[in-house]
Design a binder for this molecule. Structure first.
Ligand SMILES: C[S@@+](CC[C@H](N)C(=O)[O-])C[C@H]1O[C@@H](n2cnc3c(N)ncnc32)[C@H](O)[C@@H]1O
Ligand code: SF4
Length: 399
């Protein structure tokens, strides 16, 4: 779900009064064995292999750069995302975690997640990741039937996915898996059966994404040509509502638009993003939000893996951009991210970040229409509001 908020006219800079509440480190590993036709993440296939030791040196150098930018933080969460981090050697993961613990204070109970693809080759590495310090695994299952997996261009079948899931549950205290629904030819009845099967195998967390047709992907070309037909709006909405109903009944309610967990098992890393806390993003095409001297900065690194590495080798970091957010921009971002959460946003915090509150009359009118719920200083979308979340946020953001 994407949204364009009107550009902010404010020129004042954003202060971030709560940036000490939790700090996350995101490590982007941009390599995959094959490119899935629906995916527009920063992921690349290198048939000739890569020089992993040389990339590791670049990751360690960039970590040192970010540690100098945001010193003395307490790291509550580390997330290895991709791409396919389960292509990393366990020694590479261990070396990065050691460096994080050396530069910052790594909380004793920090959440350390790694995204994995369920092929047998990658699943065989689970013990090594656990020994390296990873304590949460997020598995890209995507579908539980072989025809759909083939249509999604995946390298695994349903049996391999379930075997990898079993193995993950044996190695990690916390396990999540991803599914994509509203796929070509999928009906609400088919999704009910598939999701029920998935819930039978679920540990403490599920990410359930509606298929998005991303511009520039092979799926977008086929969609435009009329050879890829995905469920229409009403059908996709029915599948979304079914998702909420089944997950809630199984004890994994949504805590965010696409994320479901047993209460207490929400991904701390996800929460850190959506609650507007600071994080450092290391590796090609990673994003960061870091408050420096009370000003929230938005940083992004170079997307091409080799160009990023060359930049790190030359100057110690692979930054492509580094901008100070205005107070309005930082507050809009908090609104945009926070309203995705079932818990919503804290209106007092919104005002502290942006220097002005949301329009009370507009909140009252949206509440009257049953789209938002106000509880003291908290504001959240209702189930009805979540169905039109993008428009709701634009409405709230209107100055
Ligand atoms: C960037 S992928 C990384 C995980 C891993 N490489 C994998 O594919 O399993 C993160 C998740 O985004 C989701 N995703 C990627 N592209 C999507 C799209 N176009 N529509 C819906 N979900 C998508 C998939 O569920 C995927 O597991
Ligand atoms: S969906 Fe995952 S495996 Fe497929 S190309 Fe994207 S990042 Fe790579």
């Amino acid at each position: 779900m994407t949204i364009d908020l009107a550009p902010s006219p404010a020129s004042t800079r954003a202060s971030s009064p709560v940036h000490e509440d939790g700090f996350g480190v995101y490590v982007h590993w941009p390599f995959c064995r094959a490119k899935c036709p629906y995916c527009d993440f920063n992921s690349h296939v290198r048939h000739g292999g890569i020089d992993e030791a040389r990339f590791l040196s670049a990751y360690l150098a960039e970590l040192a750069y970010f540690a100098s930018l945001a010193p003395a933080r307490s790291v509550a969460s580390v997330f290895f995302g991709g791409g396919t981090p389960s292509l990393m050697q366990a020694e590479t993961v261990a070396a990065i975690l050691e460096a994080i613990a050396k530069h910052w204070r790594l909380d004793g109970n920090a959440e350390i997640t790694l995204e994995a693809n369920p092929t047998s080759v990658e699943a065989a590495r689970f013990a090594g990741y656990r020994a390296a310090g990873v304590n949460r695994l997020s598995l890209g299952v995507q579908a539980l039937d072989d025809t759909s997996l083939k249509a999604l261009g995946r390298q695994h079948n349903a049996d391999e996915a379930l075997a990898a899931l079993d193995l993950a549950k044996r190695h990690f205290g916390r396990v999540s898996f991803d599914l994509i629904y509203a796929r070509e030819g999928q009906t609400a009845r088919g999704w009910r059966d598939e999701l029920s099967l998935a819930l039978g195998h679920a540990a403490d967390h599920l990410s359930l994404y509606q298929l998005t047709i991303e511009p520039g992907t092979p799926f977008a070309a086929r969609h435009e040509a009329g050879t890829l037909r995905t469920p229409n709006g009403a059908e996709a909405r029915a599948q979304y509502l079914l998702t909420q109903e089944l997950c809630e009944a199984a004890g994994l309610p949504a805590y965010e638009v696409s994320n479901h967990a047993r209460p207490g098992s929400e991904s701390r890393h996800n929460l850190l993003y959506w609650r507007g806390h600071d994080y450092a993003g290391i590796g090609p095409g990673a994003h960061s939000r870091i408050a420096v001297d009370g000003v929230k900065r938005a940083l992004a690194t170079i997307k091409s893996p080799e160009d990023w590495r060359a930049s790190v080798e030359a100057s110690g970091h692979g930054l492509a951009s580094d901008e100070a957010l205005s107070a309005d921009e930082a507050a809009e971002e908090y609104l945009l991210m926070g309203m995705r959460l079932s818990e919503g946003i804290d209106l007092e915090r919104f005002a502290a970040i942006g220097g002005r509150g949301l329009d009370e009359a507009r909140i009252a009118s949206l509440a009257e229409d049953g789209l938002v719920r106000r509880d003291g200083s908290r504001l959240a979308a209702t189930p009805k509001g979540r169905l039109v979340l993008d428009r709701l946020i634009v409405e709230l953001a209107r100055g």
